[in-house]
Structures are given as C-alpha cells and as structure tokens.
Design a protein around this ligand. Structure first.
Ligand code: C2E
Ligand code: MG
Ligand code: MG
Ligand code: MG
Length: 291
C-alpha cells in the first residue's frame, strides 16, 4: 500500500495533494532535498573521484577503476549506491557522467605524460546505461578524448548488463564505434543482470567483470563457486578477459587463480584511494601486500 502511494505521488508531480503517512512524507522530502543538492553538487565542487587499483597475480598494478564520491555539505559522505540511482532517475547522470569522464581522462593523460602507466595499463570508468544510450555519447566521448589528450588505448568503459537488453542493433553499433577509437569495453557486475549469452557473443567487448556478490562467499558457497567457474570458463572460450571484483583475502585470490582468473580488484589489495595516493602506488608499480 505504502509503496503504491509513493509511486503515485512521484509520478503525479510535485504540486499534487498526497495521502502520505508522515514517514512517507519524510522519505519523499529527503528524496527531494537530495535531488536538489545533487543538482548543485558539481558547481559546488562536492564531487571527486577515487581510484581503486586492479592488479595481476604478482600484485603488480594493471589499472584502476575510477569511482565517484560525493561529500555532501551537511550530510557528509553519501555513498554512490544512494545517489547514482537518483542521478540516473533525474537525468543528472548526463552532466555528472560527462564530468567523471573528463576528470578520469585528464588524470589518465597526466599519468601517461609522467611516465607512470605500466604496459597494458587501463583506467576503467563506469558508464550508466542512460549515459551510454544518449544520442550524444560517442560525440561526447570523442570531445573528452580530444580535450584531455587521454590515450584511448588506456581507457576502458564499464557497462552494465542492463543496456545489453535494450535495442541490440544500436548497442552493438555504438560499442563498435567505441572499440574503433581504441577504447576497451568491460561488462560490470557480470552475472547479476539479464544478458543473453547469444547477444554477448555478438558484442565487441574485451572483459567480463565478475560481480563481487559471487566472490564474497566463493570459498564457502558451492553455487557461487560454480557460477564463478562457469563465467571464467565461458570467458576463456570466448577469448574475453576476466577480472574479479570484491576480492577481500588471499584465499579468495588463490581460489580465483585455480579457476583461471588472474586479474583482481578488492580490499585485499587496496580500497579506493585519492588521486594522490593512487599516484604514489603507480610510482611503486607494485602493491605492498595488503593489510
Ligand atoms: P561498481 O562499479 O561495481 O564498483 C565496485 C564497487 O565495489 C565500489 O563501490 C567499490 O568501492 C566496491 N569494492 C571494491 N572492492 C571491494 C571489496 O573488496 N569488498 C567490497 N565489499 N566492496 C568492494 P562504490 O565505490 O561504493 O560504488 C558503488 C557503485 O556505484 C559502483 O559499483 C557503480 O555501479 C556506481 N558508481 C560509482 N562511480 C560511478 C560513476 O562514476 N558513474 C556511474 N555511472 N556509476 C558509478
Ligand atoms: Mg564498476
Ligand atoms: Mg562492479
Ligand atoms: Mg557493483
């Protein structure tokens, strides 16, 4: 009942009379307040990126994932899982996503100029479905590459399975245009969405990123192990790379190596860190073995 009321209130616009229970009203107010402050977050410099290292089995850095952070003036740190869906819903993900791409590419070009990028280095940027599907996306990507001087061969876009189900033809066309620029494509949170294997086969992607929900209990949950094993085997057959996210300890890393996955990201190696700290890691190239 309550959910229905909230839904109706949302879809009928702001100037309508609502039969909220007080708690629902509060939720809606918070939602609106959050939306309002998200609007100004960019110009108020409240957004920034953190970088989480990706490593190989020798703990050498092979890349990073850029992760968006929001330091709200009153509420403090707001996790992306809370504000990204809101940004998607409101369309704010378009300017915000563009800003993320600019920041990441700018940083990438600096790292390359400073000679800090190891061979085969890649910086991964998350792209939401709404951003990818926008008619301007390819132009915008080109502009950012031009403006920042980033080397597209060192850039990777993380896409989610949700866009794989909407209009296959145009998705593949866009992916091919991106690949033609030299940019790599990775499917994020793989295994949690609805992608059809038939479609996957047709897509010019280079990597599957195994979702952390399968990695967390890899050693104890036989289903998670079976799923992970299957994803890795399939990727190998399709000549796709795999990377596991959410690797939190040595045993999980070891198990992944046994299953044939040699690229990792997770707290075991490093949390997402500031640009300064990540730059320091790049200078050493190899991670001091994690905590
Ligand atoms: P994601 O793209 O799947 O990113 C991985 C998430 O897992 C990050 O959460 C990261 O901090 C977290 N993580 C990394 N290693 C571990 C680990 O060992 N254990 C656990 N429990 N978690 C780990 P974060 O930074 O909170 O981001 C959450 C999600 O928000 C991201 O999931 C992504 O979907 C979205 N997001 C973040 N930045 C952006 C962005 O710039 N654009 C878009 N469109 N989405 C973004
Ligand atoms: Mg990601
Ligand atoms: Mg992920
Ligand atoms: Mg995720």
């Amino acid at each position: 009942q309550a959910d229905t009321a909230l839904y109706r209130a949302k879809s009928s616009g702001r100037n309508t009379f609502h039969f909220y229970r007080p708690s629902m009203q509060l939720l809606a107010d918070q939602h609106l307040a959050m939306e309002k402050s998200l609007h100004t977050s960019l110009q108020n410099n409240e957004l920034y990126l953190h970088y989480q290292p990706q490593v190989n089995q020798d703990f050498q850095i092979i890349g990073a994932e850029a992760l968006l952070r929001w330091q709200h003036p009153d509420q403090g740190f707001v996790p992306p899982d809370q504000f990204i869906p809101l940004a998607e819903e409101t369309g704010l993900i378009l300017p915000i996503g563009r800003w993320v791409l600019e920041q990441a590419c700018f940083q990438l070009s600096r790292w390359e100029k400073e000679g800090l990028c190891p061979e085969n280095f890649r910086l991964a940027v998350n792209i939401s479905a709404r951003q990818f599907e926008h008619g301007n996306f390819i132009d915008s990507l080109n502009e950012v590459i031009q403006q920042t001087g980033a080397n597209p061969d060192l850039l990777e876009l993380e896409l989610t399975e949700s866009l794989l189900i909407s209009s296959l033809e145009s998705t593949i066309e866009k992916m091919e245009a991106i690949r033609a620029m030299g940019i790599a494509l990775s499917i994020d949170d793989f295994g949690t969405g609805y992608s059809s294997l038939k479609y996957l086969k047709k897509m010019p992607i280079s990597q599957l990123k195994i979702d952390k929900s399968f990695i967390a209990d890899l050693l104890t949950d036989t289903n998670d192990k079976a799923i992970t094993e299957t994803i890795i085997a399939m990727a190998n057959h399709m000549k796709l790379q795999t990377i596991a996210e959410g690797v939190e300890d040595a045993d999980v890393m070891e198990q992944l190596i046994k299953l044939g996955c040699y690229h990792f990201q997770g707290y075991y190696f490093s949390r997402p860190v500031s640009v300064e700290n990540y730059t320091e890691l790049l200078k050493v190239q190899k991670l001091p073995l994690a905590r």
